[in-house]
Design a protein around this ligand. Structure first.
Ligand code: 6LW
Length: 551
């Protein structure tokens, strides 16, 4: 009786919030409350230095930044997650407010079933055209359309245009320079000019961009073939940004690929279309020559963008990784860092050749998934969500439909999450109501790297029909581990908690009603979700999952 009454009220509440759950929608919902994510500072850990370590904890790679007056805006890659392109605002480069997402409408971003999790949106670039007082975000929808841009008069409004596609711009990592003479240029990574001479042989190309018509005009120009010194077979020249400073044009690129060999390099010319020559000091940022077992490392640094503050000081934002072990395994993926820029001999330099960047645990960064009747601005879904499968209720609970989509289906499962921001954290939620009817029904906490590499800790049934708390951990190469504990009261609220210990282990515990927590019998090695294992560009999504189709 209790469940029936509760469920009827939930349908009504859901209809009130979403206007879409209807009586005939007999799908079952899991009801959650008290989602909490707490960063657990390792014993003796120092809080990060205030400058940059990291600036935006969590999977926020490929940062691009622009300043207009006293307002800074910063965007990141978002791959096959929806909404797309996280956008942030700051007035001081220190404290950042999350504005939500640039691509927040289904018409702006099509992430179809089966799209690779590391496909989708790569490396957006945000810029501002004073001639029409308009912000531009240009990016690449990899595996489903290529290069496009959207515009807005006010990023704080959350209103961005529909995509304008630029099929002439190939490759990835486009960025726009609106020059002082009213002209505009798009630079991007693309394939090698001719036959590739080695693995990773790429080029940087330039197109004239007529912002009045929104079209690319003229022929493209190859600005860089290979990298700083092609005789050394430099791989993956990408992430280009063009700057006009004084009488010079600086072309800054990432070189070496976004793993341990990553770096940032710089070229200069007196003409936007070149010829460009490498600057005297290169690379201007890297940590690749350092001992991987050093304390608190920041590795894989590269893919930078520069901004000048109102006092004339220059800063670089760039991506870096804070691995939890010397092998380079990580939980957060590539995060955004910031560092002051010095000018040496007429060129910008981000870090000295021997400078060691140190990444440290951050204060709590984001602890809710929903509040005040709506999802957190950090929340996201896997690919485009299919219809309304969730509802935030007036009583502060959240309904999540146990859909017939499993994580392994490479579709859009019934899952909502945020990015893990530290190697050590406690993640918890209360499952107030969920009545599994088979061993395939499950609802609970999710740790997600991709369709194949993920961990679910939730309530389901065992083969005897008993309610159990079960952990299902899956990864590459057929890795599949399950363990469970029988529940004593299948109708009581179930509190679930996952702890990441900072050293690469996840532990699990649960409590029924107001009872004491009980530990699950095993732990799970975090490396099964590391981007090294999954070979992804992403970090670990932490959130909720419900399904009637197993995992
Ligand atoms: C990004 C490119 C890269 O577009 O990874 O490896 C891509 N380097 O710069 C996704 O982060």
């Amino acid at each position: 009786m209790k469940n029936t009454v509760l469920f009827a009220s939930l349908l009504a509440a859901c209809a009130m919030v979403l206007g879409s759950c209807s009586e005939e929608d007999e799908a079952r919902f899991a009801v959650f409350s008290d989602f909490n994510y707490r960063v657990v500072m390792p014993d003796g850990a120092e809080v990060a230095s205030p400058d940059w370590a990291p600036l935006l904890p969590g999977c926020y790679p490929d940062p691009s930044i622009v300043r207009v007056g006293g307002d800074y805006y910063l965007v990141n890659s978002s791959f096959a997650f929806f909404p797309g392109v996280p956008i942030w605002h700051s007035n001081d480069l220190r404290e950042w407010e999350r504005l939500g997402y640039v691509l927040n409408r289904r018409e702006q971003l099509d992430l179809p079933d089966s799209l690779r999790i590391s496909g989708g949106i790569y490396a957006p670039d945000i810029s501002y055209n004073p001639a029409n007082e308009t912000f531009y975000v240009i990016t690449t929808l990899v595996d489903n359309g290529g290069t496009f841009y959207v515009t807005s008069k006010d990023p704080k409004s959350g209103r961005w245009s529909d995509p304008v596609w630029l099929p002439e711009v190939g490759g990835i990592d486009p960025s726009i320079l609106f020059d002082t003479d009213g002209k505009a240029y798009i630079v991007n990574n693309d394939r090698a000019p001719g036959e590739p001479l080695y693995e990773g042989h790429c080029s940087i190309r330039l197109h004239d961009f007529d912002w009045r018509t929104g079209k690319v005009v003229g022929e493209e120009t190859v600005l860089v073939d290979g990298g700083v010194d092609i005789s050394k077979k430099p791989g993956w020249i990408e992430g280009p940004h063009l700057y006009h400073v004084g009488d010079k044009y600086y072309l800054m690129c990432a070189e070496g690929g976004t793993e341990f060999n990553h770096s940032e390099v710089l070229f200069e010319s007196t003409d936007p279309k070149g010829p460009y020559k490498p600057c005297r000091i290169n690379p201007i940022l890297t940590q690749r020559s350092l001992d991987p077992s050093r304390p608190d490392p920041v590795s894989c640094t590269g893919h930078a963008d520069l901004v000048e503050d109102q006092e004339g000081n220059w800063w670089a934002v760039f991506l870096g990784v804070r691995p939890y072990d010397s092998a380079g395994n990580d939980i957060m993926g590539r995060e955004t860092f910031i560092h002051p820029v010095s000018w040496r001999g007429g060129q910008p330099v981000i870090t000295d050749a021997d400078e060691v960047l140190v990444g440290r645990a951050q204060r709590e960064f984001e602890s809710s998934l929903w509040a005040d009747g709506k999802l957190s601005p950090y929340a996201f879904f896997i690919r485009n969500p299919q219809g309304d499968f969730y509802g935030v209720n007036e009583d502060g609970t959240l309904n999540l439909k146990a859909s017939e989509i499993a994580l392994r289906d490479r579709k859009s499962p019934s899952a909502i999450g945020i990015w893990a921001t530290e190697n050590s954290f406690d993640l918890g939620v209360t499952l107030d109501d969920f009545t599994p009817e088979s061993t395939s029904d499950i609802a609970g906490l999710l740790l997600y790297q991709d369709d194949e590499c993920n961990v679910v800790f939730g309530k389901t049934l065992n083969s005897y029909g008993d309610a159990v708390a079960r952990v299902v951990a899956r990864s590459k190469n057929g890795y599949h581990v399950e363990f469970e504990e029988k529940l004593s009261d299948s109708s009581a609220p179930l509190r679930l908690q996952i702890r990441a210990d900072g050293e690469g282990h996840y532990s699990f515990r649960f409590a029924e009603g107001d009872g004491e927590y009980r530990d699950m019998p095993q732990t799970v090695d975090a490396s099964i979700l590391s981007k090294l294992t999954a070979c992804n560009f992403t970090g670990t999504m932490i959130g909720l999952y419900a399904s009637s189709a197993e995992i």
